[in-house]
Ligand binder design. Structure first.
Ligand SMILES: NC(=O)c1ccc[n+]([C@@H]2O[C@H](COP(=O)([O-])OP(=O)(O)OC[C@H]3O[C@@H](n4cnc5c(N)ncnc54)[C@H](OP(=O)(O)O)[C@@H]3O)[C@@H](O)[C@H]2O)c1
Length: 442
């Protein structure tokens, strides 16, 4: 394609092609550049204008890359992109807050549209960056930041925008979902599956961000802020990872008709409050998210008009996340052509507080090891009852060496009451240990 496009070119937009600068050529940068190269003709036809990747910033010019690019495009000086008056769109695919945030601010202050996949930066500093973009009527797009290739930000900001969102619930971390799925399918221990996942490249050498739930925390912060039009402070989000999940929990859950998943939950409580939390949860096997297995992600959005909408797909990786980034780039190109950049501004115009986890009401799964003798069940049930926790079901599991394992599923109760009850239960002579406490979601 060549030559100037006719028709819809906006006033002031008279360039013959869109110039793109890319910061970072790692997993996502490579996937993005590869897709732009592979489907160039089709992409240009769809957006109605040619594009060029003018420059790519990296740290190491000589590193082996997963995509073939002209070495001359590479630079170690991000300023060559950020300060180049010819560049229209900057794709920030470096990651982390520092120096990504400063790079993005500089790009915006230089009048550039920005596309990013950086969940940590959006969750922590997104409000600042969006304000900066809004003030300059610039696009600031971040579809790739949540659930990789799954379109979720754009649908929530556009197609679903008329709804009052009641809840967003997602399996938004592929590593932990892979580990829990393997533990379930192979009845294996957490440590063994984690090691295997690291060997296969499904888990990082330092898996803390994934297995500790922090990666999911950033993502649910972003989803909650869009769903409830309120800024969400990352530090207000309750986070519990999967390191405490044992094969015995998965087995007990299965016998009770549940699966265990690491979920991010954003739920409207009332006009002023929302729940935003990340933790393992028992989901009924019939739950829409329960069959999301392996590295796959899924997000369930519950709107007052649309009802339940499920988004399912690959939540990470080069190709899937590149797909989301390229979609954003194309959207920006169209906005540039029609002179409508900055159309969808930040929607956090209300203030809602995050309900403290102690007040959050759910059902609860409790697994404990007790002495195998009469009246033990009654003693524990009494403590639960005294704390206003009623019992939905109780199962006594295999006994050995005079010990029995008891699994309780309670009716709904606030977390605080469970904390108080467990403090008393562990002091009972007949209770050897409380092995686990996991929330149960409907
Ligand atoms: N990986 C995924 O599946 C995935 C999915 C969704 C979202 N994301 C997000 O996408 C972003 C990128 O992740 P990634 O996995 O692609 O990371 P990555 O593989 O570590 O790539 C980071 C890239 O940034 C470059 N870089 C780092 N600091 C730089 C600097 N100061 N100046 C110029 N270049 C710099 C690195 O250069 P060198 O190559 O020379 O070291 C590398 O090419 C992150 O925000 C991440 O959270 C990732």
């Amino acid at each position: 394609m060549g030559g100037k496009m006719s028709g819809s070119a906006a006033e002031g937009w008279n360039k013959e092609r869109v110039e793109i600068g890319v910061l970072g050529l790692g997993v996502v940068g490579s996937g993005t550049v590869q897709l732009l190269q592979r489907n160039r003709a089709e992409i240009e036809r769809k957006i109605g204008i040619p594009f060029r990747i003018k420059r790519i910033a990296v740290r190491d010019l000589y590193k082996q890359r997963a995509v073939t690019v002209d070495r001359a495009l590479l630079t170690t000086d991000a300023g060559e992109i950020l300060d180049d008056p010819d560049i229209d769109i900057v794709c920030e695919l470096i990651g982390g807050v520092d120096p990504a945030k400063e790079f993005v601010l500089r790009a915006l202050r230089n009048g550039k549209q920005v596309v990013t996949a950086n969940k940590e930066m959006i969750a922590k500093e997104g409000h600042l960056l969006m304000e900066e973009a809004s003030a300059r009527s610039l696009d600031f797009q971040f579809e790739g930041s949540v659930a990789g290739g799954i379109p979720i930000i754009q649908p929530m900001k556009n197609a679903l925008a008329g709804n009052r969102v009641v809840e967003v619930m997602g399996i938004i971390n592929g590593t932990t979902n892979y580990i829990l799925t393997k533990m379930s399918q192979e009845r294996a221990n957490f440590g063994d599956v984690l090691r295997e996942a690291q060997e296969h490249g499904y888990a990082e050498a330092d898996p803390t961000s994934d297995i500790g739930g922090f990666d999911a925390q950033y993502k649910i912060a972003i989803l909650a802020s869009i769903a409830f039009t309120s800024r969400v402070h990352v530090q207000d989000i309750y986070v519990e990872g999967i390191t405490g999940i044992e094969a015995a929990d998965i087995e007990a859950a299965r016998e009770l008709g549940y699966v265990i998943k690491l979920v991010g939950i954003a739920r409207r409580v009332d006009d002023d409050r929302m729940q935003v939390r990340v933790h393992p949860a028992l989901l009924p096997q019939s739950h829409p998210l329960a069959s999301t297995n392996g590295v796959y992600n899924a997000v369930l959005v519950r709107g007052d008009s649309v009802g339940d909408v499920m988004f399912y797909g690959r939540g990470a990786g080069s190709g899937p996340t590149g797909s989301a980034v390229v979609g954003d780039i194309m959207d920006v190109c169209r906005n540039l052509r029609s002179g409508s950049t900055g159309r969808v501004a930040c929607t956090c115009f209300e203030h809602r507080s995050v309900q403290p986890i102690a007040e959050v009401v759910t059902r609860h799964y409790l697994r404990m090891t007790v002495e195998d003798r009469p009246k033990v069940l009654a003693a524990i049930a009494t403590v639960l009852g005294e704390n206003d926790i009623s019992i939905e079901s109780v199962v006594q599991k295999a006994t050995h060496s005079g010990l029995a394992e008891i699994v309780w599923v309670t009716h709904e109760a606030p977390s605080l009451r469970v904390v108080q009850a467990l403090e008393e239960i562990v002091r009972l002579d007949v209770v050897q240990s409380v092995a686990n406490w996991i929330r149960v979601e409907a």
